[in-house]
Design a protein around this ligand. Structure first.
Ligand SMILES: [Zn+2]
Length: 498
């Protein structure tokens, strides 16, 4: 099998490289970078105290959960850029460490900016608690007669606000049908939700939390508003529930401009390789600096700190940058350190980078991604993707050479969770870059207010970061670049599956 062959090849390459550094020993600096002492000194800069300080800062309540986009995310991005400058990393364009990418941000406007009024017997302004404006519509004001309809109805809806009766189990279906209703000419859509008020309140909270994820989807070309049936005049509500049309009612929908064009940052710094023949190849280390922001308070705490997710990976990348930058001479290939954002919204920052790479992807020999390495077991680590390329056997060799780290590799214990598609390495893998994804599992505080810095296992996080340091050095110094397993390449890159 390919893996076995690659294992041997990698070991031989490692041996040859060891000899080569001695044999070619041209002027000192490059050789000194490879001495055990130099490596040991660099590894020693990865410390528990540094990780505590870095995760503590990122996950501090004042960072308000580093949502994408948010001022706190920008603050984190600039903060990391300043560290990169202090370490002496090279910037990307014009001295900046930030790659901003455009973001279409959709949010529920404040209640004051949107309203639903029903004109007709028993009508009036609906209480704001009884309406949910679906994010995505740019529309201002719509004023039109109400006509009951359903997805099966094929009649034109030109000039009316279409009212659709929706039951609790039918909600998803109703969303799917909205586009068709708008295509029939409706000026606006009222989804009349026939469910207990408590369910409606739950829906409102869902939209408050998930607004962005929905908003990035297609723009909605007409206002769509969920209204609670209990807030409608009984005659109107009954007619809609029974599928009957009723005359004499008009809806006045006022929805503000809900779409904002904005941007979010990736922070990127790099170290140029020391080998003139290999410095145009890159090893890219990634983690995501964003988290999910603030949400509904739990015991008075509304901040989703994201210490493990992914303060742990972000801090590890900063520590790796510091460690490599401290070496007298750089490894042979160039190293790129990238903290992306928008991960929690759907891998947005890494997707943007993979479509607008600063370092050519065909020259990017590996992506090592770190997402959540601070909790659970102290002595094992999962590297998802290690069955896909020779990076797996390289990692196994590095683990074997460093028993002092006390780490054992285990297979992905959660294959059904599809974590492979759930962090930023995926955007490199789908473009043909071999990846390894370091991860130590979710836990009861995953995406919760309890993902706090005092629950991180710092010693373990430091040992994993050191392991990744040794791994990165191995990849960057190897004669050959990592190779895909052909079957995995076909699956991941050509078919986009796993
Ligand atoms: Zn997450």
């Amino acid at each position: 099998m390919t893996t076995r062959k690659t294992t041997r090849a990698t070991k031989i390459a490692g041996l040859l490289f060891g000899l080569a550094t001695v044999a070619c020993s041209q002027p000192g600096a490059e050789l000194s970078a490879q001495t055990d002492q130099s490596v040991a000194d660099a590894v020693a800069t990865i410390t528990v105290a540094d990780l505590q300080a870095r995760i503590g800062a990122l996950a501090h309540d004042s960072m308000r959960g580093r949502n994408t986009p948010s001022p706190e995310l920008e603050k984190a991005a600039r903060h990391i850029g300043r560290r990169f400058r202090e370490f002496g990393l090279q910037a990307i364009e014009d001295g900046s460490y930030l790659q901003d990418y455009p973001l279409t941000f959709t949010a529920l406007a404040t209640s004051a900016e949107q309203s639903v009024r029903i004109d007709g017997a028993g009508g009036g302004d609906l209480p704001s608690a009884a309406i949910i404006v679906v994010p995505g519509a740019r529309f201002g004001r719509v004023d039109a007669p109400i006509r009951t309809t359903s997805a099966d109805d094929r009649s034109s809806l030109g000039g009316v606000v279409a009212a659709v009766h929706v039951t609790q189990p039918g909600l998803q279906r109703a969303f799917a049908d909205v586009r068709g209703i708008i295509d029939r000419g409706a000026e606006g859509v009222l989804l009349v939700v026939d469910a207990p008020d408590a369910y409606f309140r739950g829906l409102r909270r869902f939209f408050d939390r998930e607004q962005m994820a929905l908003g990035v989807a297609d723009e909605v070309p007409a206002p769509v508003v969920l209204v609670s049936r209990s807030a409608l005049a009984p005659a109107l509500g009954d007619a809609i529930a029974q599928g009957r049309t009723i005359d004499g009612y008009e809806a006045v929908l006022r929805t503000s401009s809900l779409i904002r064009e904005t941007s979010a940052p990736n922070t990127i710094g790099w170290i140029e390789g020391s080998d003139p023949d290999l410095r145009h190849e890159f090893v890219v280390f990634t983690a995501h600096m964003d988290h999910v922001g603030i949400g509904r308070p739990v015991n008075g705490d509304s901040i989703f700190n994201g210490a493990d997710d992914d303060g742990s990976g972000t801090a590890a990348i900063i520590e790796l940058a510091e460690a490599y930058a401290s070496m007298e001479a750089a490894p042979r290939r160039s190293l790129v350190f990238m903290l992306v954002s928008g991960e929690e919204k759907g891998l947005l920052g890494s997707e943007w980078y993979s479509e607008h790479p600063i370092f050519p992807l065909e020259s990017t020999v590996a992506n090592v991604n770190i997402d959540m390495i601070g909790r659970n077991w102290r002595d094992t680590v999962v590297a998802i993707g290690r069955d896909e390329s020779s990076l797996g056997s390289t990692l196994e060799a590095v683990v074997a050479r460093h028993p002092e780290l006390g780490l054992t590799m285990i297979d992905d214990p959660w294959p059904d969770e599809n974590f492979y598609f759930r962090s930023d390495h995926y955007n490199f893998a789908r473009k043909g870059v071999p990846v390894l994804f370091f991860f130590t599992g979710t836990h009861e505080d995953y995406h919760g207010v309890g993902d706090e810095s005092d629950r991180i296992l710092y010693d373990k996080t430091a040992r994993i970061a050191r392991l990744i340091f040794h791994l990165g050095l191995e990849i960057a110094n190897a004669d050959g670049r990592p190779e895909w397993d052909p079957a995995a390449y076909e699956r991941v890159v050509e078919e986009g599956s796993r």
